[in-house]
Design a protein around this ligand. Sequence first.
Ligand code: FE
Ligand code: FE
Length: 390
Amino acid sequence: MRKIGLLGGTFDPVHFGHLRLAEQCQQKLDLEEIWFIPAAHPPHKDWKISPYEKRRKWLAQALEGNNTYRILDIEQEREGKSYTVHTLKALHKAEPDCEFYFLTGADSLTYLDHWHHWEEILDLCHFVATTRPGYGSSIPERLQKEAKQHKDGILCLEIDALNISSTEVRKQIALQHDISQLVPEKIIDEVKHSMEIKVEGYKELLKTRLSVKRYTHSVGVANTAAKLAGMFNGNIAQAYLAGLLHDYAREVPNSELLELAVEHNLVQDSVELLQPNLLHGAVGAWMLQEQGIVEDEAVLNAIRWHTTGHPDMDQLARIIYIADYIEPERKFPGVEALRTIAHRDLDLGVLAGLDHTISFLIQKNGFLHPLSVAARNRLLEEKIEDRHGN
Ligand code: FE
Ligand code: FE
């Protein structure tokens, strides 16, 4: 029998952690070959992953030069979700002279008993859980006990593993950090500029800055903005990005917002000194630019002006302003009407949003921001010009 290691994963992107795991398992278990199996439709991932072809290409580049490594497209060729049990069954049938070692990291096994037909998986292969030296096995005892009733159960293998995850790689890319210690040199450039990787990286970054509620709101604004951009011939990716990052500084404490705004000349009106919370747009844009995360001036303006509005708002800024108002989590009275208007006419939607804010502030005796008034006046002017033009 040929001893074959199987390493499945989304590989979004492939990194040195995967390669180290393959290399060490091959050595320690004396495996003739390692077959890498990119998941086409992973059942447990709810985020949007990079297209299969992209992930596969990176993997192929990373494995280049090692003729004991192969890539199997078995999950791509099969319809539906990528369940390990189906893959193992198919391989058994196709390669009767092979003995399979299914390679995983022990930390991914916490929910092994939720895997589709997990007991059957254990019967179909030697199931190998790799651990880092000194970390012991993180496999729950109950699981280990149950597993023992199937073939050789879960084999724990101590390897000199690297503590790298694709999630971490994406986050480091979003932060513009050096990733040469994380992924092979030859794929760095492509991975860094991949839209999906960047967007997912921004999400990881946001999760570390925002509460769950605000994070959900941000994703809601991103989706709404992308939808509006689609409806009004805007740039969908740009709208999604601006929506996602618009509240980047929303949970920075007021004292810090004020300090940063004063120090970097971001204050536009004295109202902001009385209500520093209004500064989270301007400070957020400044931080994103300063940290090298966003360079696109239109995206920065949209973020900068989303709290108050601004007379110079372009289409993108208008989209973000109103998307922030009408994203699915917003439940205030009148939001449905606002959605209807915005879907019919973007500018009228923004106008209605500004009206809503301004009347609310008047009702509760709050300060009006001059830029909100100026933005409203500009939109009215445009409407009058439109009417005369027609
Ligand atoms: Fe905001
Ligand atoms: Fe917001």
